[in-house]
Design a protein around this ligand. Structure first.
Ligand SMILES: [Zn+2]
Ligand SMILES: [Zn+2]
Length: 79
């Protein structure tokens, strides 16, 4: 499984849901949240079998809107 955005096959062109501006790709959320990722324990407690499948099938990217100073997570489907 490869993430097309991480591997340069595809460029995700997201727009901000608030202002419609262009979003900046901050890369994979796991790369910059590191061991302090607040989501992982919740994820594992929720639905264990389903989450392991989902984590392999998607690559979680973080996109940032400079105008709104907000970041949002986008799940990229891996190929
Ligand atoms: Zn990716
Ligand atoms: Zn915005």
């Amino acid at each position: 499984m490869l993430c097309p955005v991480c591997n340069g096959f595809n460029v995700y062109q997201g727009t901000c849901s608030s202002c419609g501006g262009e979003l900046t790709d901050w890369g994979r959320s796991s790369d910059w949240t590191g061991p302090y990722a607040p989501y992982e324990p919740v994820f594992q407690n929720a639905v264990q079998s389903a989450s392991s499948i989902q984590l392999e099938a998607v690559c979680c990217h973080v996109f940032y809107c400079a105008a709104c100073d907000q970041s949002s997570e986008v799940f990229i489907t891996q190929i």
